[in-house]
Design a protein around this ligand. Structure first.
Ligand code: 5AD
Ligand code: SF4
Length: 441
């Protein structure tokens, strides 16, 4: 099977989506298509969508609207919507957008080449959104590509069975399904053989890895096995769920040299009342205890989180608890969002929805507190020497960038002829708001 022409992928959303887009690129290239630089130049356009918040969903409609003219000019153009919006809206999308050819659900990435060919031959308009038990794309090998040449994502599980009250993911990605550890180990070995030095293991809830297949300690076992692979220098993972995070994982991070000292552990709210309404399965004090254990086992471990403001019924007092949580935990960095009601979730029609104006004010307060905390962390690193994995060149001559083990971005000058993939000792000269500045020593 081979086609000619160019393809273009537009991606919205999380790392999982970025990685799905990498897989889509590989499939398109295997089909004989070349990457296009823009929509105008392309014969197949794939919009890989995110439905986590309303804003992301709206961006997709705006992109699709713009493609109407492109399709008018070139009726042979194939337009595909993939990802979470595709899964959620199903053939509603093809009804709304007459120029759309294919709605591709989250379990069907690997069907894309066949479907594109079918559409090219027959001009049918198709929707493929059923959920399946053993998702073929879960087994697709990471292409080892992407913007960071020595780093690769590796999917270890797909879906989520948690049904947090605000979240659309269990509906758009289906139940938790773990990939076999043999397959993951083989893939990572191949990636390292081809020069990859850092991997990020992806799953909605990596702490639950293997539980759907009845395996306990699946995730820590996997980290131990990955640590044996020659050439692999750094192992990262995201996302963890606080309920499933335990001291055995903290021990593994402390004991395994290649596992980086960074945990992304979404707290979502500092109020126990709101956490209960969100169906998160822990209290703030459970969370804080886990952080204390992590910090005792892995001193200096970087901790990042996600926070939602304006969940239905969030009172001033609840919100104060969120601000207090930021001060108590002192996260290295946070990702914070205004609650966005998502169709089909438990929180969509909850009473006491918080007005947007208040959500905006609360978000600004969260940013103000966190920005100061992050800046202090960055300033505390000034003067110290850290290991940076050199990932690429900056805009100026002799300027490079990379990340610390704790996932902080460092821009640095390089007088030692280091190259991409080297672990470089860098003296931090200045801690800025979002990054660090340094010099190779
Ligand atoms: N509204 C706002 N933020 C949300 N998130 C998930 N669903 C919603 C929603 N409906 C956030 C959570 C999650 C992150 C990926 O996105 O904080 O951890
Ligand atoms: Fe969504 Fe909760 Fe699953 Fe995370 S754990 S993907 S927030 S349902």
């Amino acid at each position: 099977m081979s086609l000619s022409g160019r393809y273009f992928v537009e991606t919205y959303g999380c790392q999982m989506n970025e990685h799905d887009s990498e897989k889509i690129c590989t499939l398109m290239e295997n089909l004989g298509l070349e990457p296009g630089n823009s929509v105008d130049q392309s014969d197949v356009i794939i919009i890989n969508t995110c439905a986590i918040r309303e804003k992301a969903e709206h961006k997709v409609y705006s992109s699709l609207g713009k493609l109407k003219e492109a399709k008018r000019k070139n009726p042979d153009l194939v337009i595909v919507v993939a990802g979470c919006v595709a899964q959620q809206q199903k053939d509603e999308l093809t009804r709304k957008f007459r120029h759309l050819d294919l709605v591709l659900g989250t379990h069907h990435i690997s069907d894309l080449p066949d479907l594109v060919e079918r559409i090219r031959n027959s001009r049918e308009r198709l929707t493929k959104v059923d959920f399946i038990d053993d998702i073929p794309s879960l087994h697709m090998v990471a292409p080892g590509r992407g913007p960071r040449p020595i780093c690769s994502y590796v999917t270890i599980m797909q879906g989520c069975s948690n049904f947090c009250a605000y979240c659309v993911v269990p509906y758009t990605r289906g139940k938790e399904q773990s990939r076999s550890s043999e397959e993951i180990l083989q893939e990572v070995s191949q990636l390292c053989y081809s020069g990859i030095k850092e991997i990020t293991l992806l799953g909605q809830n990596v702490n639950a890895y293997g539980k759907d297949c009845g395996r306990m300690n699946g995730f820590t076992d996997l980290l131990e096995k990955l640590s044996q692979i020659p050439g692999l220098e750094r192992i990262r993972f995201t996302t963890s769920h606080p309920r499933d995070f335990d001291s055995s994982l903290a021990n593994a991070i402390g004991a395994l040299d290649r596992v980086c000292e960074h945990v992304h552990l979404p707290l979502q709210s500092g109020s126990d009342r709101v956490l209960h309404l969100m169906r998160r399965g822990y209290t703030f004090s459970d969370y804080a205890q886990k952080i204390d254990i992590l910090r005792s086992k892995v001193p200096g471990c970087s901790i990042t989180t996600d926070m939602i403001v304006g969940f239905p019924g969030e009172s001033d007092e609840d919100f104060e608890a969120t601000l207090a949580a930021l001060e108590r935990i002192r996260f290295d960095q946070i990702f914070s969002f205004k609650f966005s009601p998502r169709p089909g979730t438990a929180a969509e029609h909850m009473s006491d929805q918080v007005p947007d104006e208040i959500k905006r004010e609360r978000l600004a307060q969260v940013h103000a507190i966190q920005d100061k905390i992050t800046e202090v962390y960055h300033q505390e690193i000034e003067g110290s020497v850290v290991e940076v994995l050199l990932e690429g060149c900056g805009r100026l001559e002799n300027q490079f960038f990379g990340r610390t083990r704790s996932n902080k971005i460092v821009n640095f000058s390089n007088s030692q002829n280091h190259k991409i993939g080297d672990a470089v000792e860098v003296k931090i000269l200045r801690g800025l708001k979002h990054s660090l500045l340094g010099r190779a020593v």
